[in-house]
Write a protein that binds this ligand. Structure first.
Ligand SMILES: NC(=O)C1=CN([C@@H]2O[C@H](COP(=O)(O)OP(=O)(O)OC[C@H]3O[C@@H](n4cnc5c(N)ncnc54)[C@H](O)[C@@H]3O)[C@@H](O)[C@H]2O)[C@@H](O)CC1
Ligand SMILES: Nc1ncnc2c1ncn2[C@@H]1O[C@H](COP(=O)(O)OP(=O)(O)O)[C@@H](O)[C@H]1O
Ligand SMILES: [K+]
Length: 531
C-alpha cells in the first residue's frame, strides 16, 4: 500500500491528470471506485459475499453520491435487495453521478433521504454512506446528521469519508463537531491526510481501493513537490541505519548525553537513556546533579554516569566532541538553572532533543525560538505545543467550519517553520514536520491502535529513541519520524499491559523483525531475473 497521504485537492489533480491523459474517463473511475468498494466490503465480511442480503445506500449531491449509485447497482446485480435514498435534487447531480443515477433508476427507486430512517425497520444488513466525500465544504445540516446517526449499527460503510468529516484534516466540520462513526471507510485511490489524523473514530478501519491511476499517469512519483507531500511513516526493512557495521567501534555509533533531573526525578531521563542505548547509540551517558548521583548509580549499568551541577559543568562536558547528541527535558523541572543548561546545549551546536520541561522553559521566554537551529528536535504533546505555539494551537482547536480545514499536519508544519527545526507533535496521531514543509504522520489508529501506549513515561522513551538515532547519524526529521514508528512497533511487540520500562526492552524484537524483512526482501530481489 502506498504510504502517501493526499489532500482532496491532490487527489483531484491526480484524477484530472488521468482523465486528461485520455486513457480513462471520470465515469470509468467512478465505476472502478464503486466496483472496488463492493469487492472491499466482501473481503472484509466474506459472509456477505456468500449470501446476498438487504442494503441501504444513502447518496449525496456530488460524485460521492455517484459512487453510491454504482455500489447500489453492483449489489443489486449480485442479488441484493437495495433501497436507495438521495440527499438533494437529482437534476443537479454532476454529470458522472447523474449517469449512474439514471442507470440505477432502470433498476429501482430513489427516495428522498428524509425517508431513509423508515428503512431501518426492514433491518438492513449493510448501509452505504455515500453522502459526502472529498467535496464536503460546510457542516452537515442537523437533520442530515440525525438521519445518518439512525444507521449507526455494525455494518455501516462510508465511501471515501465518513460524511461530515473533512478529508484534509480528519476533523468533523461544525460547532460541536459531532462525528458519524462507520465500521469501515473505503478510501478511493489513496488514503487522504484526514484518514490518518484528526477526530476520526479510532475503532473504524480504512481500506484503500486502488483506482489504478498509475496506469494512466506515467512518472507519478514526481507529480507533487516534496514539500507538498505528507507520508504515513513506515520504516522499511532496507534502512541501513538500524544495523551496525561489522567492523564498527562504539564511537562509530555516537555518544548520546541525557540530562537528568534532581533526586527523586531521574526516572524519566533514565528511561530515555535506556532507549537511546537500545536503538544502537554506541555510548549513552546520563548526566546528573550531585544530589542525584547515588540514585542514578543504583539504577544504571550499561548507561554511563557523569556529574554536572550547573551550566558551566555541562559546557565543560561538551568539550568532548565525541558527544554528538543531547536530550534535555524529561524530569528536569522548570527553573532558571534548566534555562541556563538549555542555553549551553543550544549554543554548542550539537543535535538536541528538547522534550517535556525543556519545552515549558523555552515557552516561558520572550523569544523562544531565537537559539534553535536545524539540528534541534522538539517533541511536544498537546499541552506543550499550546504553550510554545499558542496561536497555532488556538487555530487548530477552533471549530472547523469549512473545508479544507486546518489540520494537525498544517499546524505542525507552521510550528516547524517558526521554530526553524523539526517538530514532532505527539498524540494518537503523531505528526512530524521539518522547516521546509516535509511532513509525515504516524497514526496509532485502526489496525495500529495502541491505546496502552498512553502511559506515564512513554514520551520519555520516545525522546530517547530520537536522541539515539541522532547520535547514530540519522538526520533530525528522519530520526523523529522513524522513532515514532519504532516506538509504536515496540508497543505492539509487547502488547497490552505495557509500561514505559517495557518499551526499550521491546525494541530488539522490532529490529529483529526489520532485519528478517530485509533478508526476505533481498531474497526476492536477488532471485528476480534481470531484464
Ligand atoms: N473525481 C473523480 O473522478 C472521482 C471521484 N470520486 C468520488 O467523488 C468524490 C468527490 O466528489 P465531489 O467533489 O462531487 O464531492 P462530494 O460528492 O463530496 O460533494 C460535493 C457536493 O456537496 C455539496 N456540499 C458540500 N458540503 C455540503 C454540506 N455540508 N451540505 C450540503 N451540501 C454540501 C457541494 O456543494 C457539492 O455539490 C470523492 O470523495 C469520491 O467519492 C470517485 O468516484 C472516484 C473518481
Ligand atoms: N491514544 C494513544 N494511542 C497511541 N499512542 C498515544 C496515545 N496517546 C498518547 N500516545 C503516545 O504516547 C506518548 C506519550 O508521551 P507524553 O504525552 O510525553 O507522556 P509522558 O510524558 O508521560 O511520557 C507519545 O509518544 C504519544 O504519541
Ligand atoms: K461518504
Amino acid at each position: 500500500m502506498s504510504n502517501l497521504l493526499l489532500t482532496a485537492a491532490q487527489m483531484r489533480a491526480l484524477e484530472q491528470a488521468a482523465i486528461d491523459s485520455g486513457r480513462v474517463t471520470g465515469l470509468e473511475l467512478m465505476e472502478r471506485a464503486g466496483v472496488g468498494a463492493v469487492d472491499a466490503i466482501f473481503a472484509e465480511w466474506p459472509e456477505m459475499a456468500a449470501a446476498p442480503g438487504r442494503a441501504v445506500v444513502l447518496c449525496g449531491p456530488g460524485n460521492n453520491g455517484g459512487d453510491g449509485f454504482v455500489v447500489a447497482r453492483v449489489l443489486a446485480g449480485k442479488g441484493w435487495d437495495v433501497e436507495v435514498f438521495l440527499y438533494g435534487d437529482a437534476e443537479r447531480l454532476p454529470p458522472d453521478a447523474r449517469v449512474n443515477y439514471e442507470r440505477w433508476c432502470e433498476l429501482g427507486k430513489v427516495l428522498p433521504l428524509g425517508d431513509a430512517p423508515d428503512a431501518i425497520e426492514r433491518f438492513p444488513d449493510l448501509t452505504i454512506d455515500a453522502v459526502f466525500g472529498s467535496g464536503l465544504s460546510r457542516p452537515l445540516e442537523a437533520s442530515l446528521f440525525r438521519t445518518l446517526s439512525c444507521f449507526s449499527q455494525q455494518f455501516v460503510v462510508s465511501l471515501d469519508a465518513p460524511s461530515g468529516c473533512d478529508l484534509d484534516s480528519g476533523r468533523v466540520l461544525g460547532e460541536d463537531g459531532q462525528a458519524f462513526h462507520p465500521a469501515l471507510v473505503i478510501a478511493f485511490g489513496h488514503r487522504k491526510v484526514g484518514h490518518a489524523c484528526g477526530d476520526l473514530e479510532r475503532a473504524s478501519k480504512v481500506v484503500v481501493v486502488d483506482l489504478q491511476l498509475s496506469r494512466e499517469i506515467a512518472g507519478r512519483a514526481g507529480f507533487f513537490a516534496e514539500r507538498e507531500i505528507v507520508h504515513a511513516v513506515q520504516v522499511r526493512a532496507l534502512s541501513p541505519i538500524f544495523s551496525k557495521r561489522n567492523d564498527g567501534h562504539k564511537y562509530d555509533h555516537g555518544h548520546a548525553l541525557i540530562l537528568t533531573g534532581g533526586m527523586g526525578r531521574t526516572g524519566a531521563a533514565r528511561l530515555a537513556a535506556r532507549a537511546a542505548l537500545r536503538i544502537g547509540a554506541g555510548l549513552v551517558t546520563c548526566a546528573a546533579p550531585g544530589a542525584a548521583m547515588m540514585e542514578c548509580a543504583a539504577q544504571l549499568t550499561a548507561v554511563m554516569l557523569r556529574r554536572y551541577d550547573n551550566a558551566e559543568a555541562l559546557a565543560a562536558m561538551l568539550e568532548d566532541d565525541r558527544i554528538n547528541a543531547l536530550c534535555l527535558g524529561p524530569g528536569m523541572g522548570v527553573s532558571a538553572r534548566v534555562s541556563a543548561l538549555l542555553d549551553v546545549a543550544l549554543a554548542s551546536g550539537r543535535q538536541v532533543v528538547l522534550d517535556a520541561d525543556a519545552l515549558t522553559v523555552l515557552a516561558g521566554r520572550d523569544d523562544p525560538f531565537s537559539l534553535l537551529h536545524s539540528k534541534c528536535v522538539l517533541t511536544p504533546h498537546g499541552g506543550e505545543f499550546a504553550r510554545l505555539f499558542p496561536d497555532i494551537a488556538a487555530r487548530l482547536k477552533a471549530p472547523a467550519m469549512s473545508g479544507p480545514a486546518y489540520s494537525k499536519v498544517d499546524a505542525t508544519r507552521d510550528a516547524a517553520a517558526r521554530a526553524g527545526c523539526t517538530v514532532l507533535f505527539k498524540g494518537p496521531d503523531t505528526v512530524i514536520a521539518d522547516p521546509n514543509g516535509k511532513a509525515a504522520v504516524n497514526s496509532a489508529a485502526y489496525d495500529r491502535a495502541a491505546p496502552w501506549l498512553a502511559t506515564a513515561g512513554s514520551g520519555d522513551v520516545l525522546a530517547g529513541i530520537i536522541t539515539g538515532l541522532l547520535s547514530r547519524g540519522v538526520p533530525p526529521y528522519h530520526a523523529a519520524s522513524s522513532a515514532a514508528w519504532l516506538h509504536l512497533e515496540a508497543a505492539f511487540a509487547f502488547g497490552p499491559g505495557l509500561i514505559a520500562e517495557d518499551l526499550p526492552e521491546a525494541l530488539p524484537a522490532v529490529l529483529r523483525r526489520l532485519a528478517s524483512d530485509q533478508a526476505a526482501f533481498e531474497a526476492v530481489t536477488t532471485s528476480r531475473p534481470s531484464t
